[in-house]
Ligand binder design. Structure first.
Ligand SMILES: C[S@@+](CC[C@H](N)C(=O)[O-])C[C@H]1O[C@@H](n2cnc3c(N)ncnc32)[C@H](O)[C@@H]1O
Length: 266
C-alpha cells in the first residue's frame, strides 16, 4: 500500500518565509493571544526564577522576553532556524542560537525548562524530537510543549470557513509535513519519556472579527492562497467568502486552540 507523497518542504523555506514583510506581524498576532496562557502555565509550574531555559522556535521572542524580564530566569537560550526576529535581544542572560532543532550535532547543554510552542507540529520528526528535548532536561526540569488543536463543528462540512480551514490543514501537511492530529498524544509521549507530573490542557481563544487572532488567520490564509486552492477543497471565491466571514459580525466559530502538555524529569 502506498501512502501520500512525503512532504519535501520546510517551514520558513516553502511556507511562511521569515523575510516576508508581514511574517513578524503574523506571528505576533498569535503570540499576543497565547502569551498570557503560556506564561500563566509556565508560572504555575514554577518556571523562571534562577533557571536555565531553552525556548525552541523562539519566533519574535515574546516568551524569551517574559522569561528574562518577568520570570527572572538565570539564562535563556533562544533557538530558531531564523533569528532575525530576535535582533533586539541582548545582555549576558540571553544566548541566541541560529540552528535547526533537527541538527544532530546541536549541543546546548541541559535545562530546567524547555518550551516549544507551534514548532513541533510543523516538523515530521516530532516524536524523535520530543525524546531529544526530554534528554536535555536537568533533574526536576520541565518540558512544556504547545501546539494547535482544532475541535471542528462536526455538523458543518461545507461552509466556506470550514472548507478553507480544512484546506489549510491539508496544504500544511502536504507542503511541509505539519500534523496536528498527534498533538493530543503529547501527554503520552511525555510519559513514555519517563517524565512525571504529566498533564495537558486546551485553550481555544474567542475568535472575534477584527481581533488579533482573526487577523492571524486571515493573513495565514492569504499567504497560503495558491496552496489552499491546490487542495481542491476550496476555490478562490470560497477563500474570499471565508475571509469576509472572518471580518464580519456574523462570525460564530470555535477557532483552533493551543494545547499544552508538560512533564517533569525525575
Ligand atoms: C509558528 S512560529 C512560532 C513562534 C513562537 N514559538 C510563538 O509561538 O510565537 C514557528 C517558529 O519555529 C521556527 N522553526 C521552524 N522549524 C524549525 C526548526 N527545525 N528548528 C528551529 N526552529 C524552527 C520558525 O522559524 C518560527 O520562528
Amino acid at each position: 500500500m502506498t501512502g501520500p507523497p512525503a512532504p519535501g518542504g520546510h517551514y520558513g523555506q516553502d511556507l511562511f518565509e521569515p523575510e516576508h514583510p508581514q511574517e513578524a506581524e503574523r506571528i505576533d498576532s498569535a503570540a499576543l493571544v497565547y502569551d498570557p496562557v503560556t506564561t500563566g502555565r509556565l508560572r504555575a509550574l514554577g518556571s523562571g526564577p534562577g533557571s536555565r531555559c531553552l525556548e525552541v522556535g523562539a519566533g519574535t521572542g515574546t516568551v524569551v522576553r517574559w522569561l528574562l524580564e518577568e520570570a527572572d530566569a538565570a539564562e535563556v537560550v533562544a533557538l530558531d532556524r531564523d533569528t532575525g526576529g530576535l535582533d533586539d535581544l541582548g545582555g549576558s542572560r540571553v544566548r541566541v542560537v541560529t540552528a535547526d532543532l533537527r541538527d544532530e550535532s546541536l549541543d546546548l547543554g541541559s535545562f530546567d525548562l524547555i518550551h516549544a510552542r507551534f514548532v513541533l507540529m510543523h516538523l515530521p520528526e516530532r516524536r524523535r524530537l520530543v525524546s531529544r528535548l526530554a534528554r536535555w532536561l536537568n533533574p526536576g526540569g520541565w518540558l512544556v510543549l504547545g501546539d494547535a488543536v482544532e475541535v471542528p463543528n462536526a455538523l458543518d462540512t461545507s461552509s466556506a470557513y470550514r472548507r478553507t480551514m480544512d484546506a489549510m490543514w491539508q496544504a500544511l501537511r502536504s507542503t511541509i509535513g505539519t500534523d496536528t492530529s498527534g498533538v493530543p498524544a503529547y501527554p503520552h509521549f511525555l510519559r513514555e519519556e519517563g517524565l512525571r507530573n504529566v498533564a495537558g490542557e486546551l485553550f481555544c481563544p474567542p475568535l472575534v472579527a477584527g481581533s488579533p487572532l482573526a487577523r492571524f488567520w486571515s493573513e495565514t490564509w492569504n499567504r497560503m492562497r495558491p496552496a489552499l486552492e491546490e487542495t481542491g477543497q476550496v476555490d478562490s471565491a470560497g477563500i474570499d467568502d471565508a475571509l469576509a466571514y472572518l471580518a464580519s459580525p456574523q462570525l460564530a466559530e470555535l477557532g483552533p486552540g493551543l494545547m499544552m502538555a508538560w512533564g517533569q524529569r525525575r
